[in-house]
Design a protein around this ligand. Structure first.
Ligand code: HAM
Length: 424
């Protein structure tokens, strides 16, 4: 027997009715992002590999271990994008966007690729809905973005009480540089208590030790010096203003001094949103983001401040309690045509109704009425139209409401109007 083809591990199909829940999340996201004046942009899935090394950072998990990087046929090293910010910045610079408008608000949705250990809420092909704002340095923008996300979650049926908004500040690069040394000193003094992961991080990226999942290291991190305590005046004021604006917007947030994020480009405000409810287990960070005021210039553009976020669609779906079926609107009409003549009559009729925007399934198979109505129920159809030889002879078709089970006679001419009366 032929071997059955398998999907690549960690890369899933999304099929009906699950896809209806995805569409709901996408629609609500677009609705909110539109209202906040973002515009959609789309970038390729493949980028030249150095884009991510230069932005996400060489010493990050993503670049070190998770990228799908390979030689293209012409020898160029390319990577499948592990996230969207680097590409957005590349596009921003390539088209000198700052010359076109002082402030740019972009959003994107699409698949991202990271070769992670696949588990619930952690995939190798996952999907992000993300947004970036270029050109605004102020703390109000950070707060506006976080408040928008809380509003989006509410639209998705995830209440403010079911999420936790954590914020922190990574400060300016020199502040972080000094802190990195302090932290390296602190952890070096306790090197015997560090797990292997953290020991490796000690040289390259000691801030990431704060992110460790090892209980011993976490206990050590709890007493580590805190970056917020050593921030300069400007960074501190910015962060305090973010907190104040969040309060004005009615957003509850906690300060997590150990929040560091896994990507190198951040400066200043960073944030993550965790889902407390739902089906997520350990992978409950549904959204992450922050400022990256130095990234545009570090890639050769001018000094343009920026802030952004991305949420993981699969994780958001797990955090939403409602089952996929409840997002599937079902069909409007099912035409049960009995016999060859009825089917020939129903074909142009169905075509006309479909072109009028009425979602119609026409039964093309030679099966009895009972089986047809059973299929109509399975498709969660509102109305069934029954056409047999009798109905053809009299010109009176039977329209049955599958919710109330009541039926009435209708001519082909009145059909569209009668359907609209019932479903609108
Ligand atoms: P990130 O924290 O790496 O940030 O990813 C954002 C979100 O994507 C995560 O909070 C999570 O929900 C989801 N996610 C990440 N990896 C996976 C995975 N393997 N499986 C399922 N979901 C995943 C970024 O990507 C930044 N580009 C966000 C940003 C935009 N910062 C500024 N602008």
């Amino acid at each position: 027997m032929a071997e059955l083809p398998q999907n690549v591990k960690g890369m899933n199909d999304v099929l009906p009715p699950e896809v209806a829940k995805w569409q709901f999340v996408e629609e609500k996201s677009r609705f909110i992002l539109d209202a906040f004046a973002y515009r959609e942009m789309r970038t390729p899935i493949l980028e030249y590999a150095p884009l991510f090394t230069r932005t996400v950072g060489e010493a990050t998990e993503v670049v070190e271990k998770q990228m799908y990087t390979f030689d293209d046929r012409d020898g160029a090293k390319v990577s499948m994008r592990p996230e969207g910010t680097a590409s957005a910045v590349r596009a921003y610079i390539a088209r000198s966007q700052w010359n076109r408008e002082p402030v740019t608000r972009w959003y994107y949705l699409g698949p991202m690729f990271r070769h992670e250990r696949a588990q619930r809420g952690r995939l190798r092909q996952f999907h992000q809905i993300g947004a970036e704002i270029f050109g605004l340095p102020g703390p109000a923008v950070d707060a506006e973005m976080i408040a928008m996300l809380v509003a989006l979650f509410a639209e998705l049926g995830i209440k403010a009480a079911d999420i936790e908004v954590a914020v922190n500040s990574l400060g300016e690069p020199d502040e972080r540089g000094a802190y990195r040394e302090t932290l390296r000193g602190y952890f070096s003094a306790h090197v015997d208590k560090l797990d292997e992961f953290s020991r490796k991080r000690l040289e390259g990226n000691p801030l990431r030790i704060l992110d460790s999942k090892d209980p011993g290291v976490q206990a050590l991190s709890a007493n580590a010096p805190i970056l917020l305590d050593v921030l300069g005046e400007k960074s501190r004021q910015h962060f305090e203003a973010v907190r104040r604006h969040l309060g004005d917007l009615g957003v509850e947030s906690i300060i997590d001094p150990r929040l560091v994020r896994g990507l190198d480009y951040y400066t200043g405000t960073i944030f993550e949103i965790k889902a407390k409810a739902g089906d997520l287990g350990a992978q409950n960070t549904v959204c992450g983001g922050g400022r990256y005021d130095r990234l545009v210039s570090s890639l050769g553009g001018p000094e343009v401040p920026a802030v952004g976020f991305a949420m993981g669609v699969e994780r958001v779906l797990l955090a939403m309690a409602a089952p996929a079926e409840s997002f599937d609107p079902g069909l409007t009409l099912y035409i049960a045509a009995l016999g060859e003549h009825a089917r020939a009559f129903a074909l142009p009729l169905a075509h006309r109704l479909r072109l009028a925007g009425i979602c119609t399934e026409l039964e093309h198979r030679e099966v009895g009425l009972k089986a047809q109505l059973k299929r109509a129920d399975a498709l969660r159809v509102r109305l069934a139209l029954i056409v047999g030889d009798n109905e053809l002879a009299t010109g009176k078709l039977i329209l049955r409401d599958l919710t109330t089970r009541k039926q009435s006679e209708v001519t082909a001419g009145e059909l569209e109007m009668r359907i609209r009366q019932k479903v609108d």
